[in-house]
Write a protein that binds this ligand. Structure first.
Ligand SMILES: [Zn+2]
Length: 72
């Protein structure tokens, strides 16, 4: 069997792909956490606003939007 990378098993790239995906997911969560943590150093920040006014299941989406808006 030849994989999408044109290799026969075992393929290092096939092994690495799920790890890359997991790494990306973990990185994203870590960025959100640091953004929330640092934002809570101030009383009137977007991070505090989100933490106080939104349910937890909404946080990922709200934080992503706020982080994007904060970029120049
Ligand atoms: Zn492969």
């Amino acid at each position: 069997m030849i994989c999408e990378h044109g290799n026969t098993s075992p393929c290092v790239e096939c092994d690495i792909e799920p790890l890359r995906a997991e790494n990306e997911k973990l990185r994203k969560d870590a960025e959100r956490y640091r953004w929330l943590r640092d934002g809570n150093n101030e009383k009137e920040s977007e991070a505090v606003h989100i933490a106080v006014n939104f349910y937890g299941f909404e946080w990922d989406e709200m934080i992503d939007i706020a982080m994007q808006e904060a970029q120049p």
